[in-house]
Every structure is written in structure tokens, then in C-alpha cells.
Ligand binder design. Structure first.
Ligand code: SAM
Length: 282
């Protein structure tokens, strides 16, 4: 990191003060900025790191100091233009690519890891674009969202977010971050999350069905799965929920959604897709 690129100077040069309506809360706490890339495990391949929401480049600069190559995606045209001016030497050297676009729409590059201070308005959608890539990530979220994502089965916070995220990766909250670390400060606390891709015990063929099924069962989290599978068939799209209940392990059917692990959900969704979707499904 170069002294002339401290976060305040970058904000000054970019001529912006952050617009919460555009999901712009820039990190200005240098210690948090310095630590973000260090939360990637030491053995992670840093040959091409993806950043979502480059902003004024304070984190981009840290990533360039610790990784071989960086791609940053920024939706705000003025900021994308600023990043291209500010980092022209790194761009010319082939070490940085600035993509002006919406991270929800653009084709994501073939990166080996991602480190990002995410725009909170779309952090869930972005997380579920990144997690299926199967790369390690370090991501800043709203703290409450981060804690729900990392929650273990049996805890109060455990829900469909924990199951869907936990299907793809081991999720850890590694550092809480106060509003004062940002300019302008957001109204909520933040937290840095590390995700480490995992091979699920049960691969899911139809991910859309899996996510719908999990969502449906959590609408009845206090019921046993036996009842929840039947009561929510209209949400999950099961034509024959009784066939699922009959084919599933009896003791699993006596438990509640909040006590079922992501792998158990994946196994049950696979079974449900096989036996419960009626004759028309292949
Ligand atoms: C929380 S700020 C982080 C900025 C910078 N990385 C930092 O740490 O200071 C989020 C950034 O994402 C950008 N952004 C918002 N929505 C986006 C989207 N859908 N796709 C790409 N960038 C987006 C905002 O313009 C803003 O620069």
C-alpha cells in the first residue's frame, strides 16, 4: 500500500463522500483495511483475486500489495473511471482489471479467491453468486446477516440462510467492525466473514429446488419435518409430499428444520426431488 493512497486521500481525489442510497460506505479504518486480505488462509492461491465494489480503491490497493492480479467490479460509472485513472500503472502492467458493471449481471472472472467490502443492499444476492464458484472468500456484511449465515444447526439464528450458505462453504465470522470504520458510517454494525469451500456430502442436482425446499421448510420451523414437508408442498412444489415422508428416515422426519444440518437437508432434498415431484418430473 502506498502512503498517497490512504483512504482519506483517495476519497478526496475521487471527489466523493459516499452515498448510502448507492450502497456507498467507504472503509476508512486503515487497520481493518490492512487486516481484510490477511483473513484469507495463508495457503490460498492469490494469483487472481476478485473484488466486488471497488469504490475509491482503498481495499483494491491492499489487494494489489498482497495478490498477483486483481479484478474489481464497480457499478458507479464515476468511481469506475476514477479507479482507471488512479491505478493506470497497475492496469498497464496487467495486474488490475476494472470492470464497470453491476456485480449481479456481469460475467464473473475465473478468480482464485475474493475479498470484498460488499454493498449491503445486494450482499445476499452477491454472496450466492460467489459461493457456488467454490473459491475462498473474505467478505464484509451487516453483522446480523453474517451471524445468521454462520449459525450452526440448533442455534436460534440458524435458518435458511445458514443452510444455503453452509451447503457451499464453512462459514466463520472472523471480525466485528463498528460503523466508525466507514465513511459515511452505516446505521448497522458490520462483520467480516471467511468462507472456505467444502465438498458437500450430498451434491444437489437441482439447486433451485433445494433452495426452494429449504425455504419452504423453514416457514414451519417449529413443526416436525413430517408435518412441514406436507404443509409446505405448495411452496416447494412437491406433488407427492406423502411419498417423501414415507421414503425418508423416520427419525429425521421427527426433527425440526432448525436442528437439521445442511448435508441432511441436501440428502432430503435429493430424495424429495426423486420421489415427491410426481410423474412429470425426470
Ligand atoms: C461498501 S462500498 C465499498 C467500497 C470500497 N471497496 C471500500 O472498501 O471502501 C460498496 C461499493 O460497491 C459499489 N456497488 C454498489 N452496488 C454494486 C453492484 N451491484 N455491483 C458492483 N458494485 C456495486 C458502490 O458504488 C461502492 O463503491
Amino acid at each position: 500500500m502506498t502512503a498517497s493512497r490512504d483512504p482519506d486521500r483517495l476519497l478526496e481525489r475521487a471527489g466523493v463522500s459516499g452515498n448510502p442510497d448507492r450502497d456507498q460506505h467507504f472503509l476508512v479504518d486503515e487497520r481493518v483495511l490492512d487486516r481484510l486480505p490477511t483473513h484469507l488462509p495463508a495457503d490460498v492461491d492469490r494469483s487472481h483475486v476478485l473484488e466486488i465494489g471497488g469504490g475509491t480503491g482503498a481495499l483494491t490497493d491492499r489487494l494489489l500489495a498482497t495478490c498477483d492480479r486483481v479484478t474489481t467490479i464497480e457499478r458507479d460509472p464515476a468511481l469506475a473511471e476514477f479507479l482507471r485513472r488512479e491505478f493506470d500503472a497497475e492496469i498497464d502492467a496487467g495486474r488490475l482489471t476494472v470492470v464497470h458493471g453491476d456485480a449481479l449481471d456481469v460475467t464473473l472472472p475465473d478468480a482464485t479467491a475474493s475479498v470484498s467490502n460488499l454493498p449491503y443492499g445486494v450482499s445476499s444476492e452477491i454472496a450466492f453468486r460467489l459461493l457456488p464458484l467454490g473459491i475462498p472468500t473474505v467478505l464484509m456484511f451487516q453483522r446480523e446477516f453474517a451471524e445468521r449465515m454462520a449459525a450452526a444447526s440448533g442455534s436460534d439464528e440458524y435458518g435458511r440462510l445458514s443452510v444455503s450458505a453452509g451447503h457451499y462453504a464453512d462459514i466463520e465470522v472472523v471480525e466485528p467492525v463498528p460503523p466508525t470504520a466507514f465513511s459515511p458510517p452505516p446505521a448497522v454494525e458490520s462483520a467480516i466473514v471467511r468462507t472456505t469451500p467444502r465438498d458437500p456430502d450430498y451434491a444437489v442436482d437441482d439447486e433451485a429446488f433445494f433452495l426452494r425446499f429449504v425455504k419452504a421448510l423453514f416457514t414451519q420451523r417449529r413443526k416436525t419435518l413430517r408435518n412441514a414437508v406436507r404443509n409446505t408442498a405448495h411452496i416447494s412444489g412437491l406433488a407427492d409430499p406423502d411419498a417423501v415422508v414415507a421414503a425418508a428416515d423416520e427419525s429425521l422426519m421427527s426433527r425440526r428444520a432448525g436442528d437439521v444440518t445442511p448435508d441432511e437437508f441436501a440428502a432430503l432434498a435429493t430424495l424429495a426431488a426423486d420421489v415427491g415431484r410426481g410423474d412429470d418430473d425426470d
